[in-house]
Design a protein around this ligand. Structure first.
Ligand code: MLT
Length: 399
């Protein structure tokens, strides 16, 4: 029989947003040999793994070298030592989890796609836009209907739940990628209540929670009343501890989460035991080091570097009188393209005139048109130079 490909791939944009940007910047470099770029586009970290993590990785490699301490297959849902360390980390914030409600993953983006498996194809997904494009692309590939909920400056990029109950799968991201907006407790409670009332399940992307400065803002959806019966939280060490290339994340699925008599935590155990052989022992040891007092102090120092980058960039935007939001409780700055420019036009202008790379807002959904995103994860010297170039280019801009 002729193989039938998944025709939904044809419904995707030509290339994934960040792959498309990488292609455009590569082409620019080929046409302009010797030019140097200041990359504030994809949120890839510039600071190396912290010493506590490196020491734990080395020690784990040594263990793998000796017959008595060698580890083969790891438990598919995560090593007990790491699941316990993550649960203890939540407990410090007043969120009680049992370690078997924590699943160790190879990163939030992998997990956000894989979790599609536990939702029936007929379940529509609600995506608040502008949105991290992987949510939309994963749904398109799965052939799932998408309900696009546009947000904008009028609601601080934090819309309230819709009036209807068309979607049974709700993607929420707070602190938000790309806008940097963060749900208050009251706003997030509205979504939790809505999900419990309608039977929907929230996929709460908490990858940027470590950037929250304001004590009143929730880091985890499980800080909210009723979330244990309607939410899954997906998190990552990528931006918290520099694991973008090392890959390690975690997902929390409470035992109370059930739909149609099926327990979602059990479904995910069944899925993981079938589809993965777990994350490597070495990486999980490195991940566990993040949750030690030493690791926490060291990652805080790294996050402070990115927060200083945010200050440098937002100071520049203020000098240029460019409207922006984000950058304080989140590592992304979301700005209005000056002079009425569209977002890809502004991308080209920054690339060609000052060699600064950002991400066009339109890539996060059509309501992102006219906006632009800077990541604050670049090297501090590059960030300072990008800020200097922005001021030189746009210092007299009228917006
Ligand atoms: C981003 O730039 O939006 C993120 O780095 C993408 C990711 O985490 O996969």
């Amino acid at each position: 029989m002729m193989m039938q490909p998944n025709v939904h791939y044809a419904e995707l944009k030509d290339s994934y947003l960040f792959a498309g940007i990488a292609k455009k910047t590569q082409k620019y470099l080929e046409e302009h040999p010797g030019q140097r770029l200041y990359r504030m586009g994809i949120g890839d970290v510039s600071q190396p793994l912290c010493p506590a993590v490196i020491a734990a990785l080395h020690a784990a490699v040594e263990e793998q070298a000796a017959p008595g301490s060698f580890h083969g297959y790891m438990p598919e849902c995560g090593a007990p030592f790491l699941r316990e360390a993550i649960a203890a980390h939540y407990a410090e914030r007043g969120v009680d989890l049992s370690p078997d409600e924590v699943f160790v993953s190879s990163g939030a983006s992998d997990e956000l796609g894989d979790l599609q498996d536990i939702f029936a194809r007929e379940t529509a997904a609600l995506v608040i836009e502008p949105a991290y494009p992987a949510y939309v692309d994963a749904c398109v590939i799965a052939g799932r209907e998408i309900v696009h909920l546009a947000s904008g400056p009028e609601n601080g990029f934090l819309p309230a739940p819709p009036q209807d109950a068309r979607a049974g799968m709700l993607y929420l991201c707070s602190p938000n990628n790309p806008t940097g907006a963060v749900f208050s407790r009251a706003q997030l409670q509205e979504w939790v209540d809505y999900a419990n009332d309608t039977g929907a399940v929230i996929l709460f992307d908490a990858a940027y929670e470590a950037y929250i400065e304001d004590d009143l803002l929730p880091h985890s959806i499980f800080e909210l009343e009723g979330a244990r019966t309607c939410a899954i939280e997906i998190s990552s060490l990528s931006k918290t501890a520099g694991f973008t290339g090392t890959r390690l994340g975690y997902t929390v699925i409470p035992k109370e989460l059930e739909r149609k008599g099926l327990n979602v935590n059990s479904l995910w155990v069944r899925n993981r035991t079938t589809k993965t052989n777990g994350v490597s022992y070495v990486l999980q040891r490195g991940g566990a080091a993040v949750f030690t007092p030493e690791g926490q102090a060291q990652i805080r120092a790294q996050i402070a570097v990115y927060k200083q980058n945010a200050k440098v960039l937002t100071d520049a935007l203020r000098r240029c009188e460019i409207w922006y939001t984000g950058g304080s409780n989140a590592p992304y700055i979301w700005l209005k393209c000056p002079d009425g420019s569209d977002s890809w036009g502004f991308f080209e202008r920054l690339l060609r005139e000052i060699q600064v790379v950002g991400t066009p807002g339109e890539g996060f959904g059509s309501c992102g048109e006219g906006f632009f995103r800077f990541s604050t994860f670049a090297d501090p010297q590059d960030t300072a130079e990008a800020a200097r170039r922005l001021i030189a280019l746009l210092g007299n801009s009228t917006n």
